[in-house]
Design a protein around this ligand. Structure first.
Ligand SMILES: [Zn+2]
Length: 468
């Protein structure tokens, strides 16, 4: 007896070479069978004729911490068909504290930020300070740490020591490129790859280094692709929205705090201070993230300025700063062995309103940049490999029944399931809580919070998928 029988969808499962009409049966939260016209009784049968069904979407770059927008990240992701996500900044406790009220039944892995002025006092923390932060983060249920170099940089040698220290502790480590020497641009990316020195590193949002800050943006994208081909130790994602995510905070002297925000203001011809932000908002070039009542949204112009002033400048923000061609080049590029140069399609969304894997990512399929199977590979199988999740990203018998269903024609999510339980259903979120993907060190803390822990070992090699 199956728990669930999903009938008649176009099923896409790249690992198993499935790409056509099939039924999917679920029992005890696992995939029980995939095939045409499956026989056998089920407690619930759902007809999905006309829709696409793939392994649950895994967004490998999101933000759930309320300081980046709102506490509504899990719900905003779930509404867009995401079943698993990797948070790329924390704060760890804020995210976990919000799960009982704001959890939406999805799986989350969390990276604690390792950056001044938040978790380090200066931009040159000692090795012991690094160890203390990494170990406390893992014990608290984080999967690892994230260097927010582009926004809040460390010195280059300190960044390098931090990466190696994280790897020594078998913590997941990701880096938004940038140091005190190089910015969040193609030079910063080149420096980050050098600093990784052959060690495994998740380099965040490759498209963010290909915005034309140093050279022509297409040349920058080609440089990024060549660099990644030569350095397969770097695994990475790139997002597809034109919008970035940052903070519009100014310090006591009126200077902008985030280097990325400074870059954006300069790009649009504004000064990198309070006056520049004010003018960028009025010119509708800068956007403010605000609570739109259960989800966050963006506003600009007079309304944006009012909200920014009311918060004394300390708000999440966004600029339309990502040119289109690099995003397409990075989505498509492959190595000689058929593996993708940029492993995954991400959003850098979550509580920042740009959860567009389905609504914009499927345009890449319609433009023949990716096949439908490659889309599923880059939005589920590959990010599962990055997270060392062996039971997600595919629909093999015995795999977790994490499933996303969408309408290809309208590029809208229709349903999702996490371990066989409905999450997105009839346009609403019908699940609560969260499963936390952490290391063995964090299991106790997560279970003490009454949440389920799934443990992985980020010290293990990422097994990249070759040509399918
Ligand atoms: Zn981010």
């Amino acid at each position: 007896m199956y728990d669930l029988l999903l009938r008649g969808a176009h099923v896409v499962d790249p690992l198993n070479g499935v790409n056509g009409i099939a039924d999917v049966a679920v029992a005890d939260g696992k995939i029980a069978a995939v095939g045409r016209d499956l026989e056998g009784a089920a407690r619930e049968v759902i007809d999905l004729t006309g829709l696409v069904l793939q392994p649950g979407i895994i967004d490998s770059h999101v933000h759930l911490g309320s300081m980046w927008g709102s506490p509504f990240g899990p719900k905003m992701l779930a509404m867009n068909g995401v079943t698993t996500c990797l948070d790329m900044a924390g704060p760890l406790d804020d995210i976990l504290n919000n799960v009982p009220e704001y959890g939406a039944g999805i799986n989350m892995a969390i990276l604690q930020f390792a950056s001044p002025p938040f978790t380090f006092k200066t931009n040159a923390p000692s090795k012991q300070e690094m160890i203390d932060l990494i170990d406390a983060s893992l014990e608290g249920g984080a999967l690892g740490v994230k260097l927010l170099g582009g926004h809040y940089p460390l010195k280059p040698d300190v960044s390098s020591t931090l990466i190696k220290t994280a790897l020594e502790r078998r913590a997941y480590v990701a880096w938004h490129a940038g140091t005190s020497e190089h910015g969040s641009n193609i030079e910063g990316m080149i420096e980050a790859v050098e600093m990784a020195d052959g060690y495994p590193l998740h380099l965040a949002h490759i498209n963010a280094y290909c915005r034309g800050a140093i050279k022509n943006e297409i040349e920058e994208a080609k440089t990024a692709v060549e660099l990644l081909k030569k350095n397969p130790n770097i695994f990475c994602e790139s997002y597809i929205s034109p919008k970035n995510g940052t903070r519009l905070t100014c310090d006591a002297e009126g200077k902008i705090q985030s280097k990325v925000t400074g870059n954006c203001l300069r790009h649009f011809g504004f000064s990198e201070d309070r006056d520049g932000v004010r003018k960028a908002l009025l010119a509708q070039k800068a956007f403010v993230v605000y609570d739109a009542g259960g989800y966050s949204d963006l506003c600009t112009g007079e309304e944006g300025l009012k909200r920014w002033e009311a918060a004394d400048s300390d708000v999440g923000g966004s600029f339309n700063i990502n040119p289109p061609i690099p995003r397409i080049l990075l989505a498509q590029a492959k190595r000689d062995d058929g593996s993708f140069v940029v492993d995954a399609i991400s959003t850098d969304g979550g509580c920042i309103p740009r959860n567009v894997i389905i609504s914009q990512g499927l345009s890449l399929v319609k433009l023949d940049v990716l096949t439908l199977s490659e889309f599923a590979q880059k939005t589920s199988l590959n990010p599962a490999r990055m997270l060392r999740l062996t039971t997600k990203g595919h629909l093999s018998v015995g795999a977790d029944a994490d499933i996303t269903v969408y309408d290809y024609a309208t590029q809208t999510p229709k349903a999702s399931f996490v371990e066989g339980r409905k999450v997105l259903w009839n346009g609403e979120i019908v699940a609560k809580g969260a499963t936390v993907i952490c290391t063995e060190h964090g299991r106790k803390a997560i279970e003490a919070r009454g949440m389920k822990a799934v443990t992985v070992d980020p010290g293990k090699q990422v097994e990249r998928v070759k040509a399918l």
